[in-house]
Design a protein around this ligand. Structure first.
Ligand code: GLC
Ligand code: GLC
Length: 834
């Protein structure tokens, strides 16, 4: 069952009823001011950091669902009927409803009692505010008298403190209310702007503003006055009465609500603009009249005035559209499959940009207070957006590398405000450093910018410890070499990519964090997953080292040449064949007692997805058929119609020696759900052994667009990937959870574009080596690579995968299109599959 449809032309998903199975959300903003917005206008906004600079209050996990948002209430002057044009929070049935989530904006249009309301929410480029651009149309034959109320609830900045520290917070709230205009007053934004300034009197130098383009009939800034005692957002007293209270918040819960009285003639359209924004003043210029507590508004008023103008709002919106068009036009494909096209061209790329901005901090499943920018998460996310915003990828890489530990390990996360690493969500995840190698390689291949390897970057953000980025990568590899276990496989540490494989934890205390507690010395438990990753990392180092060999900063440290990495990769491969191969597939790990996991010797957890994907990606067993064997085992034991589960059989009971993985009921999360992040590894592995049919089949199984028709089962948004889909052992098999912020976005993007469609950046040029399904006759693509437009046409001449490449009319050996001469704008490529 569907709850909407894709409008690919407009790059929008159109939701046609408000009661979706879960709130289906979108994101506003691109670099500092951000908002989450649901299809019924729920959500919240923040400046840079979802925890420390939260503007508005949102109630996670509440009933009714999705409480807190960007609300507008309409009250009909004739009948006194009240409704929300976004359905929530009043939930009065609307005569028509449509929500369009687009690239960086959301538009909600509805009609009731002959009044059409069309609201567009967006954050203009380079602004620290969001616009609510509301158009009201009277489609009645008679004049309409409408009371319009806006409403937001302010959060007291630190979202964690805001939801816990009531003994203080009920006393601190402060606002500055609009100065209502009187007859003869000159129009001014101060007459319609509400300022939220809690803690501004002391150490904060920032405040929020909520402005409106119209003359106000009243306002409210105190929640209790607006809602009325013991009432909810679904029936505020002020709205019911058709009159605000002009309340001033002193402590308790500051809100912002404007009240307008509109008279619309038949056919008349009225446009009202609201602005919700964030502003900072220099600390020595905070107050208007030094010594007072009044906000100095000299620098904020021009910002507000500018964007209250409808013409400026229109331009700002076109600029936003143009911005996204330019980003997404960098890679466009036209394949025989509509789900592939729309994910690659629109939604998957968009989701990659969102994970770039949010990492795992703020979604409807991540509360914005728990997690900062993850080291392994952000490095993997980078692979999905590096071609879209290469300059920002460069900056991100250097920020991440600066948090690396001097022993080559990594802080597991850093705070986006301070860019400093911390151990709040644990440390010692031994896979972490390798993702830095893979991400750097992805960046250099995309851009050809070798200078990044020479950049002097500190360790642990400590001045004086700077070393070239290349040395950071060397230490990443060394980190594993310094930590080999009894089988010469990498020690797992606290956990590897699978955060829940806590083989050294042994936690018996309820509620104790599996991520921060370790009870064993950790010198025994080993990871085959890291072993596979290590080989992939060494393969990149071989190439990077041969490029770095002539660098001017090479003398600053002990340089290992490419042969070193070739040899270390070989040793690791040996170790895998000796202890990591189970006979029919790759084992997963060894526990703290030296017992294998992911082996036929186990009763549960006999086979895991990660090493099958990663080891074959690294090329293991491709020549002698073991790769095929491992992938056939995946097919037989792990594949379901809803995707490939993480392991099988699921763990039925909690096991002390395994940790969090066995804490989840069977079929959920790391305990055998379809953990979508790891599925593309198998897709890629299938292309490595030339099985395009299977690779694409797996791709389709979890492609959200391809699952749109079963939205009542899938339940999450059909336009973005979710982290998990309940596995075959779960009673709710097929149900997705944790949409948006997941490494699934970048890895699926990489799998489809670089391996199935086969368009892959390399150091020496763009490689085109598709491994596509049998029934495709070919496809076309346009890819901007290092400033040149590549127009690629792939034609199938047989069912085989060998390539004949013709570049601008010339047949070329191999599958890499050489870098064209300086000044070339366009390259035309014909790829024949023979
Ligand atoms: C979550 C984490 C990620 C981890 C994965 C598997 O998605 O963000 O870092 O690799 O779970 O446990
Ligand atoms: C839990 C989750 C895992 C996530 C981790 C983050 O362990 O199961 O998916 O990566 O928390 O700390």
């Amino acid at each position: 069952m569907r709850f909407g449809f894709f409008d690919d032309q407009s790059r929008e998903y159109v939701i046609t009823r408000p009661d979706t199975p879960l709130p289906w959300i979108n994101y506003l903003g691109k670099d500092s001011f951000f908002g989450l917005i649901s299809n019924t206008a729920g959500g919240y906004s923040f400046y840079k950091d979802a925890r420390l600079r939260r503007l508005t209050r949102y109630r996670y996990n509440n009933a009714p669902l999705d409480m807190g948002g960007r609300y507008i209430y309409l009250r009909d002057g004739d009948s006194s009927e009240v409704w929300s044009p976004s359905w929530m929070p009043v939930r009065k049935t609307l005569d028509s409803y449509e929500c369009r989530h687009g690239m960086g904006y959301t538009n909600i249009r509805s009609k009731k009692n002959g009044i059409t309301t069309n609201t567009r929410y967006f954050v203009p480029l380079n602004s620290a505010l969001e616009v609510w651009d509301v158009a009201l149309t009277n489609e009645r034959d008679a004049e309409a008298q409408l009371d319009v109320f806006s409403a937001v609830e302010f959060a007291l900045w630190d979202a964690w403190d805001d939801s816990t520290n009531f003994q203080r917070n009920f006393n601190t709230g402060e606002v500055e209310a609009p100065i209502l205009s009187r007859e003869g007053d000159q129009e001014d934004v101060l007459q319609s702007t509400i300022f939220h300034k809690t803690e501004y009197r002391e150490r904060r130098n920032h405040f929020a503003f909520f402005a409106c383009s119209e003359t106000l009939a009243g306002f409210d800034t105190e929640r209790n006055a607006f809602l009325g005692p013991y009432r909810g957002w679904d029936n505020p007293l002020a709205v019911e009465n058709g009159q605000s209270c002009n309340s001033i918040a002193h402590g308790w819960q500051p809100i912002g609500s404007h009240h307008l009285k509109l008279h619309l003639k038949p056919g008349e359209v009225k446009r009202v603009i609201f602005l919700l924004g964030y502003h900072e003043n220099p600390t020595d210029e905070k107050f208007d009249l030094p010594g007072s507590n009044t906000i100095n508004k000299a620098s904020v008023l021009p910002v507000i005035r500018e964007l209250l103008s409808p013409a400026r709002v229109d331009t700002a919106f076109s600029e936003l559209r143009e911005y996204w068009k330019e980003l997404l036009d960098k890679f466009i494909v036209c394949t025989p499959d509509a789900d592939t096209n729309r994910m690659v061209n629109i939604w998957n790329a968009y989701q990659c940009m969102i994970t770039f901005n949010m990492s795992r901090s703020a979604s409807y499943f991540e509360s914005g207070i728990g997690r900062g920018m993850g080291f392994r998460d952000s490095t993997q996310d980078l692979m999905g957006f590096v071609h879209i915003v290469p300059e920002r990828a460069r900056e991100r890489l250097l920020d991440l590398a600066a948090t690396q530990l001097s022993n080559g390990g990594a802080f597991h996360q850093y705070s986006p405000l301070t860019k400093r690493g911390n151990n709040d969500v644990g440390s010692g995840f031994n896979d972490d450093p390798h993702w830095l190698v893979l991400a750097t390689a992805a960046y250099v291949k995309e851009t050809g910018d070798l200078s990044i390897l020479d950049e002097m970057v500190p360790y642990e953000n400590q001045p004086g410890t700077e070393m070239p980025l290349f040395e950071h990568l060397q230490r990443a590899v060394q980190h594993t070499l310094d930590r080999l276990g009894p089988h010469q496989l990498p020690l797992i540490g606290r956990a590897d990519w699978n955060d829940c494989l806590n083989l050294n934890c042994f936690s018996e205390t309820p509620g104790q964090s599996f991520q921060t507690t370790t009870n064993r010395d950790g010198n025994t438990a080993e990871s085959v997953m890291i072993a596979g990753l290590f080989i992939l990392s060494c393969q990149e180092m071989v190439e990077l080292a041969s490029l770095f060999v002539s660098s001017p900063v090479k003398e600053k440290f002990v340089f290992f040449d490419p042969a070193f990495y070739t040899e270390k990769a070989k040793d690791m491969e040996q170790a895998i064949w000796q202890a990591g191969w189970d006979g029919e597939w790759f084992r997963r790990a060894y526990d703290a007692f030296g017992e294998p996991l992911g082996s036929h010797l186990n009763e549960e957890g006999q086979i895991f997805i990660e090493p099958q994907g990663l080891c074959v990606m690294a090329g293991l067993g491709v020549a002698d058929g073991k790769a095929r064997q491992a992938l056939d085992a995946v097919r037989e034991r792990l594949a379901t119609p809803h995707g490939i589960v993480l392991l099988n059989p699921a763990y039925s009971c909690y096991q002390l020696r395994l940790g969090e993985i066995s804490s989840y009921p069977p079929g959920y999360k790391e305990n055998a759900s379809v953990f979508c992040h790891s599925n593309p590894w198998v897709m890629i592995a299938e292309t490595v052994i030339g099985r395009g049919e299977r690779a694409f089949d797996y791709y389709k199984r979890i492609n959200p667009s391809a699952r749109e028709a079963i939205s009542e089962i899938h339940r999450c948004e059909p336009y973005v990937y979710a982290q998990t889909i309940a596995g075959k052992d779960a009673p709710t098999h097929g149900e997705a959870k944790n949409s948006w912020l997941t490494g699934t976005a970048s890895w699926n993007y990489v799998a489809i574009t670089q391996y199935i469609l086969g368009i892959k950046p390399t150091y020496n040029g763009l490689s085109v080596n598709p491994v596509i399904p049998d029934d495709w006759e070919g496809f076309e693509a346009k890819r901007i690579f290092r400033g040149v437009v590549y127009k690629i046409k792939v034609e199938r001449r047989s069912l085989l995968n060998s390539i004949r490449l013709t570049v601008d009319g010339q047949i070329i050996e191999g599958c890499i299109i050489p870098i064209p001469p300086e000044g070339t704008r366009e390259v035309n490529v014909l790829v024949e599959l023979k």
